[in-house]
Design a binder for this molecule. Structure first.
Ligand SMILES: *Cc1c(COP(=O)(O)O)cnc(C)c1O
Length: 349
């Protein structure tokens, strides 16, 4: 990304761009801390217990990123040479830099997943136990699914895939970077989704708005081993309570704001579609919008000059992500820029 324009109307590149709220900064300043590698940071311990409670798990472990919580989970569940079954486009493979191979020695086996939702029967057929093939070590789902457009896996499908995992004797992990968005959109408690999994990773620094951090949840025994893997990856953070304090505020205030992000995403998506942009409205289920637009980077660069930031994720793909620091006024300002862009009108002809 180049230099920021002098005045940003709306930063829609990601929901990771949110900055700490005044309440978060205050909590950070007041946070009680200790050495978390020794397990002695009371604020980190409180955060871990709170995420475990909300997800219905025994224990949690705070880490600097969602990539780390996912990769530690993969290490917990698998042995070298195994396969991880996941939906095509899954973050654990697509955006985690080959780390499942580099750290755990495992490879992905993709199943097709229209709108990010794998067919449970395809998952069953992808499982391998034969002596001639890499055995399956883990099934991993992503909810909401980022690359498919922030899409939700229906609860019945999760139940059916859990039944496949049980029948095959396999663990089921959830990359729940945005599982709070899924819960908000379905209007169910978080645990209605998370209870079907053996481990879940949850990002606090996405739509919930914390500056840093993710939590992995599982059994206390798993978290003991996860602590070791986190240390191997350089993720032991010492007085991390200052970060956990902000994350606790995000957990308290964040979930209630997500439905407004989803509403604004819908408004923007429909306006873009109405103006001729190519948007799959069926995929706009939470806070993410993908637009198909040739020469994406050039358009994104031009909008940036007008104060609207988006991500070019491929030669003809643009992503907009709503978050709590883009309110109705900012959204209206962004729509003015995007809907009156004559260069886009030309490209869409
Ligand atoms: C953002 C994200 C992660 C974690 O990303 P980090 O940048 O490592 O925190 C994991 N899974 C999904 C689906 C994500 O969108």
């Amino acid at each position: 990304m180049g230099a920021m324009p002098s005045s940003v109307i709306a930063d829609l590149r990601s929901d990771t761009v949110t900055t700490p709220t005044p309440e978060m900064r205050e909590a950070m300043a007041r946070a009680e801390v200790g050495d978390d590698v020794y397990g002695e940071d009371p604020t980190v311990n409180e955060l871990q217990a709170e995420v475990a409670r909300l997800t219905g798990f025994e224990a949690g472990l705070f880490m600097p990123s969602g990539s780390m919580t996912n990769q530690v989970a993969i290490a917990l569940h698998t042995r070298r040479g195994e396969e991880v079954i996941c939906a095509e486009g899954s973050h654990i493979y697509e955006w985690e830099l080959g780390m499942m191979a580099a750290f755990s020695g495992v490879v992905p086996r993709f199943v097709t997943a229209p709108l990010g939702v794998p067919d449970p029967e395809d998952v069953r057929l992808a499982v391998r136990h034969s002596v001639h093939q890499s055995p399956t070590g883990l099934i991993s789902l992503e909810n909401t699914h980022n690359k498919a457009g922030g899409t939700i896996i229906p609860l019945e499908v999760i139940e059916q895939i859990r039944a496949v995992a049980d029948a095959e004797g396999l663990p089921l992990h959830l990359d729940g970077a945005r599982v709070f968005n899924a819960a908000a959109a379905l209007d169910v408690p978080l645990s209605e989704i998370t209870r079907h999994f053996h481990t879940v990773s949850v990002c606090l620094s996405k739509g919930l708005g914390a500056p840093v951090g993710s939590v992995l949840v599982g059994t206390a025994g798993q978290m003991k081993q996860a602590h070791r893997y986190r240390k191997m990856l350089g993720g032991g953070m010492r007085q991390a309570g200052v970060l956990a304090a902000a994350a606790l505020v995000a957990l308290r205030d964040g979930p209630a704001r997500l439905q407004a992000d989803h509403r604004r995403a819908r408004v923007l998506a429909e306006a873009l579609a109405g103006a001729g942009y190519r948007v799959n409205l069926a995929a706009v289920q939470t806070n993410i919008i993908y637009v198909t637009l040739p020469d994406a980077a050039a358009h994104v660069a031009r909008w940036a000059e007008h104060g609207v930031l988006a991500s070019a994720l491929g030669p003809d793909s643009v992503r907009f992500v709503l978050h709590h620091q883009v309110g109705d006024d900012a959204l209206a300002g962004a729509m003015d820029v995007l809907l009156q862009d004559r260069a886009v009108a030309g490209a869409l002809k």
